[in-house]
Design a protein around this ligand. Sequence first.
Ligand code: ADP
Ligand code: MG
Length: 167
Amino acid sequence: MAPVVVLVGAPGCGKTTVGQALAATLGVEFRDTDADIEQMAGKPIPEIFIDEGEAHFRTLERAAVAAALAAGTGVLALGGGAVLAEETRAALVGHRVVHLSVELPDAVKRVGLGAGRPLLAINPRATLKHLLDQRRPLYAEVATETVTTDGRPPTAIVAEIAALLPR
Ligand code: ADP
Ligand code: MG
């Protein structure tokens, strides 16, 4: 079975928060590839970046996404950078993929100093601006729907996504 919905978007767009709440609303399981990678590696993501570097993290991420898509867990949140991999973008074709869009001001507020997010550990605002510019076209490419999150509480976003789904 395919996941009911796959969530993609920039760091701080709310994939984990909205994904957990949406799964609870729908009464299905929630899975987050960032958590899967930590389990596979046996350590937190920042330590993977420190010990092995980003390229190794991306290799683990491609495998984690493929496994999660195949497992078909109800709501699946992908890591923010997962769409950088062409292989992952191709694997998403045919799935219901919701892009949780976020603009820089809200992303910056939500991510704060980037705790647990190694790419954002230094200068989070400038790094987020760069990430948003680089990845927006990729999120748009894989998404079947886009839901705006700026200035909206997670409950409203969950309700909008739930209304998109077949019942
Ligand atoms: P992601 O998994 O996409 O990186 P998170 O779900 O971890 O994002 O959210 C990052 C932070 O922003 C968390 O502290 C979360 O509580 C907060 N947050 C998420 N969505 C919203 C929202 N719609 N409005 C306000 N804060 C939010
Ligand atoms: Mg997350």
